[in-house]
Design a protein around this ligand. Structure first.
Ligand code: IPE
Ligand code: IPE
Ligand code: MG
Length: 250
């Protein structure tokens, strides 16, 4: 794909409000929302995106009522099993970011199975963020670095990139949040440093593949300057220019 938008992340928000508007229990919204994940994943593979990262459960979501949390994990287990054949059929590599090892052992098993079965796929890289927090990820990265290097030297940007849960995602190009709120809610704090942001009022169960394509097209048309001036269009190129300028000035 020649597009400048290769790595997309989505905060899939609004399931509860979607259900409430229809006088249904919140779990109904989560069921509809999980069905929609299948559609958006399929479309991402079709479009040739390199990676799609979906926020499914945050470290803060544990504070929801216990029955909602239970329902969410029941649905997640179903989703993992149901989606596996699509991942295989569409050449998608599956990954999870977040501290998922503490979850119910059956869920951990389903995750590991999907990861293993799709590890050699070469198409879309799909990451589900489960029990994920952006601050926790940065803390884990620094601590893993310290363990490996016994504090022999200072930590660098490259070190943190290397120790992220999925280093492939180090630069997200576009972050979409559905359902109208304009905040980041502890998602991918490190990786979105130069991401384009797109907020839509559409609630996640109503978010269509057509709107998804339109958002990507409209973001492609934006000029990304990465701190430079017009037409300096990659983060890597601007870092190089910055280094050259520093050398000349010193
Ligand atoms: C997003 O929908 C799904 C999860 C956080 C798991 P919400 O459940 O947050 O829905 P709203 O924001 O209450 O409408
Ligand atoms: C963010 O949505 C987390 C997920 C979509 C999984 P929330 O609904 O939990 O975020 P807040 O509480 O509105 O910030
Ligand atoms: Mg919400």
């Amino acid at each position: 794909m020649s597009s400048s938008i290769k790595h997309v992340a989505i905060i899939m928000d609004g399931n509860g409000r979607w259900a409430k508007m229809r006088q249904r229990p919140r779990v109904w919204g989560h069921v509809k929302g999980s069905n929609n994940v299948t559609e958006i994943v399929k479309e991402s593979a079709k479009m040739g995106l390199e990676s799609l990262t979906l926020y499914a459960f945050s470290t803060e979501n544990w504070s929801r009522p216990q029955d909602e949390v239970t329902n969410l994990f029941k649905l997640l287990k179903k989703f993992l099993i149901k989606e596996r054949k699509n991942l295989i059929k569409n050449n998608i590599r599956f990954n999870v970011i977040g501290n998922y090892k503490v979850l119910d052992s059956k869920i951990v098993q389903e995750i590991e199975t999907s990861k293993k079965l799709t590890a050699n796929n070469t198409g879309l890289s799909l990451s589900l963020a489960i029990n994920y927090g952006g601050r926790a990820e940065i803390i884990d990265a620094v601590n893993d670095f310290l363990k490996d290097n016994r504090a022999q030297r200072e930590v660098t940007e490259e070190d943190i990139n290397k120790y992220l849960y999925n280093p492939e995602l180090k630069n997200i190009d576009l972050l979409i949040r559905t359902a109208g709120d304009q905040r980041v809610s502890n998602f991918l704090l490190w990786q979105i440093s130069y991401a384009e942001m797109y907020f839509t009022d559409t609630k996640w169960p109503d978010f269509t593949t057509q709107e998804f394509r339109e958002i990507i097209a409209s973001t492609e048309a934006r000029e990304r300057r990465f701190g430079g001036i017009e037409n300096t269009n990659t983060l890597e190129k601007n870092k190089y220019l910055a280094d050259q300028n520093l050398k000349i000035l010193s």
